[in-house]
Write a protein that binds this ligand. Sequence first.
Ligand code: PGA
Length: 262
Amino acid sequence: MSPRTPLLVANWKMYKTVAESRVWAERFREAALREGLGQGRELVVAPTAPSLWVVATALDGTGVGVAAQNLDLGVEGALTGAVSGYLLRQAGAEWVVLGHSERRQHFGESDQLVAEKVLAAVEAGLEPIVCIGETEEEHRAGKTQERLLQQLSPVVAAAGPERWPGLVIAYEPVWAIGSGRTPTPEVIDEIAGSLRSWLGQQLPGVGAATRILYGGSVNEQNLASFWSLEHIDGALVGGASLDVERFVTMAKTPLGAKEERR
Ligand code: PGA
């Protein structure tokens, strides 16, 4: 497989009880086995932490991966309320979404803390999906690129060339999340392309190999337009992933030009 295997990630945020998560995962399991979902692409589901184990168990043997939505620094210790990458791995996670704008906005996560979490994830054997994105204000002020590089720079510095491989970037404009609005595919591709060349300058060799996802109001109608982009390798889907039928539809969406390039 090419090093940039197409990747589709469901981010459930703080939705679904454990019972609801199990039902979703069992239905998705049936569809995955029946329809061969996941062929030529990777599929990952990010439930809430209490549902990780049941979702990982239900999806076992399907090839569908499971992601946590956050981790706390450390391994184990007297840190009441914290959940480390190590513990997430034990609960069945193989991936972790880090630096989501909701974590930055509501939990005060700084660019530096996100970089530290990326290192902790790699040390715990989790594959990080690092979210970056500009606010509407930054977008209007023409500061998108500046903000994205500000968010990525500490991650690049912390990971270095040794720990970077496997790391996935998710470009999610804050103003596109849950709003029904997205930048045009051309703009998304241009941004991802410039991130890619910047990464190549910072860490020679990694630019062309790094997977960059788009996230923000992705659904079964618009997904195909993102699959066709040269620099976008997949999508991070929030609201539209909560309904299992919708996510099955997205998991089946033809890869278009991406298929031909492989
Ligand atoms: P959305 O969320 O698809 O509901 O816009 C995406 C995300 O926050 O990852």
